[in-house]
Every structure is written in structure tokens, then in C-alpha cells.
Design a protein around this ligand. Structure first.
Ligand SMILES: C[S@@+](CC[C@H](N)C(=O)[O-])C[C@H]1O[C@@H](n2cnc3c(N)ncnc32)[C@H](O)[C@@H]1O
Length: 318
């Protein structure tokens, strides 16, 4: 591995830079390429002929597979239309694991069969022996009454207090809607989306590479979770924004475990960390109460509690 690339944000063409990365040397590759929809990027024309676009995509997909370790994972985010072309190609050079449907929650207005999900293709280099960790997300709850939406019927005593193991449909992570939380970029992804993929398929210290970093989402997620990153973009302005954001990024840990947090709420954890993490949560004595009580503490209770040994304080769960 070319050590100079590690923990670096590189200005350059995705394919040219990936060619400098050794075979089988990266633990996870994630790509969120231009969608060829005529989006207004700062430095790049997002409109190619269909064949030209697909041929170009095959070149960087091939590089991603080449540099990924045998134990590693390859993820590609796009709209379903382009993912069908990617999957047809990737099926020849890697192993299909899942098509994750990310329902980014657009308003159901406008037209029927409104495109309302993005896809994330997950491939591995090997059919077996790839890294994978079970992941839990928070229980989906009614916004007003906080009741768990899923009906557990007679199995309420088996509910995990934090939340269920995730499926391949993700509805709990939203696109960045507020201008104040966005950079000047037309399609910035939310950090918790990348954190979930990273927690699922890598370990602390592993290397994550993103050939189209934009304003830094994947690199920030990697640093928050104690992983290394290699970030590439062709646009000097996005490279600059990414570098500035990374210097301000700190690891996110509770009781020694890396977790994904958004707006002070824990969004994703690893199943294997639950035993340690639950020491930091206030869980109702009757497990059935979790159905209508999100775990954690209310603000008045935090004042009276003494969570001094926990890092950061137990309020992080509510
Ligand atoms: C969909 S955006 C990625 C957004 C990113 N996931 C984020 O959350 O900010 C695609 C990015 O690819 C970059 N790009 C376009 N062509 C490129 C190329 N040939 N090599 C490297 N980056 C390129 C664009 O500048 C843009 O920032």
C-alpha cells in the first residue's frame, strides 16, 4: 500500500488515483458517483451519452474490486436505473450480497411511482470469509406518541431495548434537508448512512476508500469510527471543504465502543457491543415498556443522575 495515500484527501481523477493503490489492500470501498442527471457540480459536467457513462463506470468499478481485500466489501450508491448496469457488470467480477433500499423519505407528492428510494449495492470479493457484523438500528416509532410501529404480537418480551437488527430496507436515515447542515454540494450524503456501512463491514484501524468523496462524508464517517480513509475528488473546492471538516472530526465512542450518532441520538450500534452499551442506557424494568418508552433518560433525570464513569454521559441514548 502506498502509505502517502492513507488518511489523505487527494485531488485527482478517481481512476488515475486508484491505479496507485495496490491490489487487495483496502478493507472497504464505497462509491457515490455522479448520477449523469445533469446535476450542477462545481467542476464536472454531469451529462454523458448512456454508453459513455456506463463504460466509464465499469472502469472505476473494476479498480474498486481490484484494490479491495479478499475479506473486504464493495458498496455503490446510485439510482436504481444505473445500479442495474453496475450489477450486471459486478456479477461477473465479485459476489452479490444485497441491494439495500435506502428510502430517503421524499414527500409523496407529484406523480405515481415516484422514485422514492436510492439503492446501495453490496458486493464482496470472496463468497465466504468476508467481514460482517450484525447491526442494530433504533426502533421506528410514531413521531407523536412514540409507540413502536412494528407489532411484536406475543413476542414483546424478546424486544431488544435499543432496536431491531437491520434489514435491507433503511427508512431511519434521512437526507440532509436543512441548508444549515449542508455544504455547497448538490448531493451530499448523511454521515450516519456511511457509518452504518462501515460498522457493518470493517474493524477499527481498517482502510476505507471513496473515489468520489464530494464534501467528505465517507472520510468523516471513517474517522469518527476510528478507521483510516483514502478520499479522492476531482474538484479542488470539495477537496478543500473535506480537509477542513476532517480536522474538526473526533471519534464517537460510548463505553469504549464506536457508535453512529446523529443530533445527539445513537442511530446505529453493533450487536456485539450491546452488552457494554446497555450499561450506559436506562432501560425499563419491564421490557414490554420499551414498546412505548424510548430507552434513555429525560432531561430532569439527567441532572439528578451521576453518570461520571460513563463516556460520554448516558443522555446520549434518548
Ligand atoms: C455524487 S457526488 C459525491 C457526494 C459525496 N458522497 C458526499 O456525500 O459529499 C460525486 C462527486 O464525484 C466527483 N467527481 C466527478 N468526476 C470525478 C472523477 N473523474 N474523479 C474523481 N471525482 C469525480 C464530483 O466532483 C462530486 O463531488
Amino acid at each position: 500500500m502506498n502509505e502517502q495515500l492513507i488518511n489523505n484527501v487527494i485531488l485527482g481523477d478517481a481512476i488515475d488515483v486508484m491505479k496507485k493503490v495496490s491490489d487487495n489492500s483496502v478493507d472497504m470501498t464505497f462509491a457515490d458517483p455522479p448520477f449523469n442527471l445533469g446535476k450542477k457540480y462545481n467542476h464536472y459536467k454531469d451529462k454523458k451519452e448512456l454508453d459513455e457513462y456506463v463504460d466509464w463506470c465499469k472502469l472505476w468499478l473494476k479498480e474498486m474490486v481490484r484494490i479491495t481485500k479478499p475479506t473486504g466489501s464493495i458498496f455503490v450508491h446510485n439510482i436504481p436505473r444505473w445500479l442495474t448496469y453496475y450489477a450486471a457488470y459486478l456479477n461477473e467480477i465479485a459476489y452479490f450480497r444485497h441491494w439495500i433500499a435506502w428510502n430517503a423519505m421524499g414527500a409523496p407528492l407529484g406523480k405515481t411511482l415516484l422514485p422514492n428510494h436510492y439503492g446501495i449495492l453490496w458486493y464482496t470479493k470472496e463468497i465466504n470469509d468476508f467481514k460482517f457484523y450484525d447491526i442494530r438500528g433504533q426502533h421506528p416509532r410514531c413521531r407523536k406518541c412514540k409507540f413502536i410501529i412494528q407489532d411484536y404480537g406475543g413476542k414483546k418480551d424478546q424486544i431488544n431495548p435499543f432496536g431491531p437488527l437491520i434489514s435491507d430496507v433503511w427508512t431511519d436515515i434521512h437526507r440532509i434537508r436543512h441548508k444549515k447542515r449542508r455544504d455547497e454540494h448538490p448531493c451530499q450524503l448523511p454521515v450516519p448512512l456511511l457509518e452504518r456501512l462501515i460498522l457493518m463491514t470493517t474493524d477499527e484501524g481498517d482502510i476505507v476508500l471513496d473515489p468520489f468523496i464530494g464534501t467528505g462524508t465517507t472520510a468523516i464517517a471513517a474517522k469518527r469510527l476510528g478507521r483510516k480513509y483514502i478520499a479522492i475528488d476531482i474538484d479542488p473546492k470539495y477537496v478543500q471543504i473535506t480537509k477542513e471538516k476532517i480536522t474538526k472530526t473526533q471519534p464517537t465512542k460510548i463505553n469504549g465502543c464506536f457508535v453512529s450518532k446523529y443530533l445527539e441520538k445513537v442511530v446505529t450500534i453493533r450487536q456485539k457491543d450491546w452488552e457494554e452499551l446497555e450499561k450506559a442506557a436506562k432501560i425499563p424494568e419491564q421490557i414490554k415498556e420499551v414498546e412505548f418508552t424510548p430507552i434513555g433518560l429525560g432531561k430532569s433525570e439527567i441532572k439528578n443522575s451521576k453518570p461520571t464513569k460513563l463516556t460520554p454521559p448516558i443522555s446520549d441514548f434518548y
